[in-house]
Design a protein around this ligand. Structure first.
Ligand code: MTE
Ligand code: MO
Length: 372
């Protein structure tokens, strides 16, 4: 059993698949803390978790034209300036289960919890690439990452990001060795993973073994044959993966974590909670909440860390204390967020449905009963 050596996991997680391990925190725990505690941070593994020895670990770095190769131990990585930032990581498949309700899709049935937030610390990728003699010259190049997790045939997890993002010090791409002040947990990439702020989870390669500057995107399955969006009319017979770009930055997202669908709430006043986030460093400027299915709206209160313009890498949590209209027997609670480019979430799922069930960011809807 290639999974026999996987780590022990927290009991509170809702497990979507055991081998490979995929799990999300229940909604009420997800927004209990602004920073997600490591043991309940969502986990998305495609392969068995490798068991790496920090003493013999080496990261191979291959600079582009004019550059050279480096083989870095953990101690070598610690010598680069240590950079620490709060970053929200979201899987492209977050909220996929809502797409399944429209029409069947291929993928794990994530609910609203394939998203979490941590303080990450490590070396900046641009500093490491500079030491490999790399200078930004080829604007069309890519930085490819390879994980040390592999299937029985030896295929490893891989992904890439554009070189321009990797070399931009303001983009703060990290080779992270700490998560919330601790060494990375095994499930989250021990000893080193990539953190690409504002970019889809799939590019945050865990158990990082190799970084290289290449003229083309990664040839990995997960870069070229997955994690792409298509029109609702494209099916598995007609899909042409080469016709769509790989997902990088993600669209604006929000969800309700309390109350939950089907719950009964007290009459009088109801407290509604959730999260909101947008990709590419775009800040959340507003979260609108409706109790009547979207006819009328109130503005939620945002809390958590202040967001920096163009570098809003982490989510805001939000809350609304609302009066339950007298005599109301049920509520159709809806939330939608607006980012600082005034991007909004689509109102329904059907027009954004796609065969892989990615980029599911329609208004989040929760139906509750009111106690009489
Ligand atoms: N890196 C490796 N090596 N193997 C993986 O399976 N999964 C990716 C990414 N990095 C993956 C990986 C995906 S799809 C996501 S969403 C994030 O890791 C999840 O990171 P987490 O498990 O720390 O939440
Ligand atoms: Mo993912």
């Amino acid at each position: 059993d290639p999974y026999a050596d996987d780590p022990i996991r927290h009991r509170a997680l809702n497990v979507n698949s055991q081998r490979p391990f995929n799990a999300e925190p229940p909604p009420e725990l997800l927004t209990e803390n602004y920073i997600t505690p490591n043991p309940i941070f969502f986990t998305r593994n495609h392969l068995p978790v490798p068991n790496l020895d920090p003493d013999t670990y080496r990261l191979h770095v291959v600079g582009g034209p004019g550059g050279h190769s480096l083989s870095l131990s953990l101690d070598d990585l610690y010598k680069f300036p240590k950079h620490e930032i709060t970053v929200t990581l979201q899987c492209a498949g977050n909220r996929r289960s809502e797409m399944t309700q429209v029409k069947e899709v291929k993928g794990l049935e994530w609910r609203t919890g394939a998203i979490s937030t941590a303080r990450w610390a490590g070396a900046r990728l641009c500093d490491v690439l500079a030491q490999a003699g790399h200078q930004l010259c080829e604007t069309e190049a890519h930085v490819c990452f390879e994980g040390l997790d592999s299937d029985p045939s030896g295929t490893t997890y891989g992904a890439s990001i554009p070189l321009a993002r990797a070399m931009d010090p303001e983009a703060e791409v990290l080779l992270a060795y700490e998560m919330n002040g601790q060494p990375l947990p095994r499930d989250h990439g021990f000893p080193v993973r990539v953190v690409v702020p504002g970019v889809v989870g799939a590019r945050h390669v865990k158990w990082l073994g190799r970084v290289s500057v290449e003229p083309e995107e990664s040839y990995s399955h997960w870069q070229r044959r997955d994690y792409k969006g298509f029109s609702p009319s494209v099916d598995w017979d007609t899909v042409d993966f080469d016709s769509a770009p790989s997902i990088q930055e993600l669209p604006v997202q929000s969800a309700i974590t309390e109350p939950q669908d089907g719950e009964t709430v007290e009459s009088g006043e109801v407290t509604i909670k959730g999260y909101a986030w947008s990709g590419g460093g775009r800040a959340v400027i507003r979260v609108d909440v409706s109790l009547d299915g979207g006819l009328t709206w109130q503005t939620a209160e945002l809390y958590g860390e202040e967001q920096r313009p163009r570098k809003a890498w982490a989510w805001r949590l939000w809350q609304l204390q609302a009066l339950v209209p007298a005599g109301q027997k049920e509520l159709n609670i809806v939330c939608k967020a607006v980012d600082d480019s005034y991007n909004v979430q689509p109102d329904t799922v059907a027009p954004i449905w796609n065969l892989r069930g990615v980029l599911s960011n329609a208004w989040h809807r929760v139906h509750v009963h009111v106690a009489s």
